[in-house]
Design a protein around this ligand. Structure first.
Ligand code: NAD
Ligand code: UDP
Ligand code: UDP
Length: 343
């Protein structure tokens, strides 16, 4: 029987207080899967800023090199084109596992691939964490609550998920990923963390990924009508990306496994969101109603009591503050010298 943690990393020395006081904190070696994507690239920026060495593992399905290009040439940064469905050997202290398409349009594009990414991809990264004694953080989702019958959603709620619907590849995939994470924790002693992320927006979102904030902003900028699906009375809670990244890092560095809801409790109907986009971009922006998609959750709002108490975290950026930051990024990418899709 091999000892559980034969690999003593800088991280374990640091977190166990074995680094003598006064000694400068040694940078960690961190893998970010999906690090070329929207959330991942913002996380990578913060980790690089902190002085860590970062390896981004990404297959570029929805991610873009442009999102991390500003780190090229830095010896602490590495970018590997790799699909997490295939095994991977690396020596690291921490794994932030984000690889998975997040927008419904992208995750429904090849549902079987989405399940493989969530199940086999997560299994591989947990196997890696077990082998090298790294701490592993899973980015799960509010979709594990399905079309929730409890509002707002608390972490103890088990959810209302359709196992055979068009969203199942994503929400059941993430539920299985959570199960695997807990089983590696209980069975193999892997240090794990689980975040359940609620709708997040900000600069570097794919312009045409079909999510509601990116759609409305791009449509209003292009003077096209904003497409409201259904009656527009369904709700979501929108979190600015810097708040999420802060929450993920606190979770990774803290002592609690989770799961933790990470989201902004400010709840908006899609019609209210359209109103905020009008205020921000164009008071004359029109609305066009379209049929809603199948299995669309009616309400979503996080209860973040647990993250407040145990991580000392809560979002700081309200929708009316965060939206303009995203709009200026979209404006540059849609109308700037860069071709569309470039960062
Ligand atoms: P994104 O699509 O921008 O990023 C996902 C990244 O993973 C992309 O760079 C993509 O190329 C990469 N990827 C996908 N499949 C892969 C594979 N098989 N192997 C290697 N790389 C792969 O999405 P995002 O919004 O940045 O989401 C990041 C994570 O956060 C995802 O796991 C998502 O499920 C979770 N999440 C996001 C939100 C949100 O609102 N943005 C909400 C809940 C959960
Ligand atoms: N794995 C990996 N990198 C590693 C260690 C494991 O990709 O550094 C993969 C491995 O190929 C396997 C999965 O992770 O498919 C689970 O590994 P584990 O050792 O837990 O299980 P086993 O290999 O015994 O099935
Ligand atoms: N939606 C909309 N217009 C759009 C895109 C989405 O009204 O152009 C609605 C969609 O029906 C859902 C909500 O906005 O009720 C959030 O959808 P999104 O795809 O952004 O994320 P989800 O929370 O469903 O994963």
């Amino acid at each position: 029987q091999k000892p559980m943690y034969e690999h003593r990393s800088a991280f374990h020395m640091y977190s166990s207080g074995k680094v003598p006081l006064g000694l400068k904190r040694k940078g960690l070696r961190i893998v970010v899967t999906g690090g070329a994507g929207f959330v991942g690239s913002h996380l990578v920026d913060r980790l690089m800023e902190r002085g860590d060495s970062v390896i981004v593992v990404d297959n570029f399905f929805t991610g873009r090199k442009e999102n991390v290009m500003h780190h090229f040439g830095n010896p602490r940064f590495e970018l590997i084109r790799h699909d997490v469905v295939e095994p991977l050997l690396l020596e690291v202290d921490q794994i932030y596992h984000l690889a998975c398409p997040a927008s419904p349009v992208h995750y429904k594009f090849n549902p079987v691939k989405t399940i493989k990414t969530n199940v086999v991809g997560t299994l591989n990264m947990l196997g890696l964490a077990k082998r090298v004694g790294a701490r592993f953080l899973l980015t799960s989702t509010s979709e594990v609550y399905g079309d929730p019958l409890q509002h707002p959603q608390v972490e103890t709620y088990w959810g209302n998920v359709n196992p055979i619907g068009v969203r199942s590849c994503y929400d059941e995939g993430k539920r299985t990923a959570e199960t695997l994470t807990m089983d590696y924790h209980r069975g193999a002693g892997v240090e794990v963390r689980i975040a359940r992320i609620f709708n997040t927006y900000g600069p570097r979102m794919c312009i045409d990924d079909g999510r509601v904030v990116s759609n409305f902003v791009a449509q209003a900028l292009r003077k096209e009508p904003m497409t409201v699906y259904g009656d527009g009375k369904q709700t979501r809670s929108f979190q600015y990306v810097s708040d999420l990244v802060e929450g993920l890092m606190r979770l990774m560095e803290g002592e609690h496994v989770g799961p933790f809801n990470l989201g902004n409790p400010g709840e908006f109907t899609m019609l209210e969101l359209a109103g905020v986009v009008r205020e921000t971009i164009d008071p004359d922006a029109k609305i066009e109603y379209k049929p809603n998609t199948e299995d669309d959750p009616h309400k979503r709002k996080p209860d973040i009591t647990k993250a407040k108490e145990l991580l000392g975290w809560q979002p700081k950026v309200e929708l009316r503050k965060g939206l303009p930051l995203m709009v200026s990024d979209f404006r540059k990418r849609i109308f700037g010298d860069h071709k569309e899709g470039g960062a």
